[in-house]
Ligand binder design. Structure first.
Ligand code: MG
Length: 255
């Protein structure tokens, strides 16, 4: 599904947007995609990692072990392997994103969870997916999850740029710019994420934060695992489907 399709998707009857100024209109949920709205660990992440390692091997001329280590090094240092490849090896970011997300069969790999659609339907406020993934892949995941009509928009990595340079999460200037472009005061927004660094950056910008830890806990290396009481986290849930029960969702949710 393309960005345009996601934006044009109509809400189902009975879930129309509340009038401006009503309490339900206040919150804007900025929803991460991978390992927040769905579990990308079993089959999607291994394929992305494999494709990225292959790309690094071809581009930099390394063997598999060295290429994999460099991929992880850039991921840790910049928050995304892509940024290291652009900065140090001059790769075309669009070619990199295209070649490292080879998913003609996404609909078979993404598991649809009816509880997610139910959550999005009853969660008061606007919902915008904000992901460091490329738009073609993210649109495909959203379509496979069957939640396109329940979203108000999607911001993919291609839209996180300044002066022609990509600045994905956790870039604070990017987030501030994004909120200005969407005409959203930070105090109305809530970022829902599995990556602590991204939450911390958002909290610094005045955005409230929800850590979704259930998927990431098992899949991330120890240095990236969320811990209780970490700075920058307002609310901690195991699964995104618990979001409507948090204080940030207010008291207006239906049953
Ligand atoms: Mg994520």
């Amino acid at each position: 599904m393309s960005l345009a399709l996601v934006r044009a998707a109509r809400r189902p009857p009975g879930t129309e947007r509340p009038p401006p100024g009503s309490p339900r209109a206040r919150t804007v949920w900025l929803l991460d995609l991978d390992n927040t709205l769905h579990d990308a660990l079993p089959s999607i992440m291994p394929r992305i990692n494999r494709a990225m390692t292959d790309y690094v091997m071809r581009t930099v001329g390394l063997d598999e072990v060295a290429a994999s280590a460099l991929r992880v090094q850039y991921w840790r240092r910049y928050g995304a392997t892509l940024l290291g490849m652009v900065r140090h090896h001059g790769v075309d970011p669009h070619a990199f994103l295209r070649e490292t997300h080879p998913f003609p069969d996404l609909h078979r790999l993404v598991r649809r969870d009816v509880r997610l659609a139910h959550l999005l339907r009853r969660l008061p406020g606007r919902k915008i997916v904000v992901t460091n993934a490329p738009a073609a892949y993210a649109g495909g995941v959203i379509a496979a999850l069957g939640i396109g009509p329940l979203l108000d928009g999607m911001i993919a990595i291609e839209q996180m740029h300044s002066a022609g340079v990509l600045h994905p999460k956790p870039s604070r200037p990017m987030l501030a710019k994004l909120l200005a472009r969407l005409r959203l005061p930070a105090s109305r927004c809530v970022l829902v994420e599995d990556t602590v660094e991204n939450l911390r950056a958002a909290r610094h910008c005045g955005v409230r934060t929800v850590l979704v830890s259930g998927i990431a806990w098992g899949g991330r290396p120890a240095w990236q695992r969320p811990r209780r009481g970490q700075r920058g986290i307002d609310v901690h849930v195991r699964s995104v489907v618990q979001l409507a029960r948090t204080p940030l969702a207010g008291r207006t949710h239906a049953h």
